[in-house]
Design a protein around this ligand. Structure first.
Ligand SMILES: C[C@H](O)[C@H](O)[C@H]1CNC2=NC(N)=NC(=O)C2=N1
Length: 113
C-alpha cells in the first residue's frame, strides 16, 4: 500500500523513533524531502509564484494535518513554504511523518507544483 493510502495512527510515545536506515528507505517514497537534524526530521522547501500562493498551499497543508491529526512546523515567506516534520512525542521520525509528507507531495503535484 502506498503511503498516500495510509492514515496517520495515534502515536502517544513509548515507541522508539525510526533509525537512519529505515528513514532512508521511507525517503525514497517522498521525492524532494531530505533528512535533517541528525536524521530525526524530514523537510522540504516548496517554491511558489508569490506570497498568496504560498499562503494558499500552507492552508492546504494545514487541512491535511488536521485530517491526519499530525502537524508539521511551517515557515512561510514570499515565494516559498518550508515544511518540517517529526513526531514530537518520540523526539524523532515515525511512519506518520512520511504519510503526511506523501500527502503533502500529492497535494502539491495535484496543484501543478
Ligand atoms: C493525540 C495526537 O496524536 C497527538 O497530540 C499528536 C498531534 N499532532 C502531532 N504532530 C506531530 N508532528 N507530532 C506529534 O507528536 C503529534 N501529536
Amino acid at each position: 500500500m502506498s503511503l498516500t493510502e495510509k492514515r496517520c495512527t495515534a502515536c502517544e510515545g513509548g515507541v522508539s523513533p525510526m533509525d537512519s536506515n529505515e528513514a532512508r528507505q521511507y525517503l525514497a517514497e517522498v521525492p524532494g524531502w531530505t533528512l535533517t537534524h541528525d536524521d530525526t526530521r524530514i523537510a522540504r522547501r516548496f517554491k511558489t509564484q508569490d506570497f498568496a500562493s504560498a499562503l494558499a498551499f500552507t492552508q492546504t497543508i494545514g487541512a491535511l494535518a488536521e485530517e491526519e491529526d499530525h502537524h508539521p512546523q511551517i515557515t512561510l515567506g514570499w515565494g516559498f513554504v518550508e515544511v518540517e516534520l517529526y513526531t514530537h512525542k518520540i523526539g524523532g521520525l515515525h511512519q506518520n511523518d512520511f504519510i503526511l509528507a506523501a500527502k503533502i507531495n500529492q497535494a502539491w503535484n495535484a496543484a501543478g507544483g
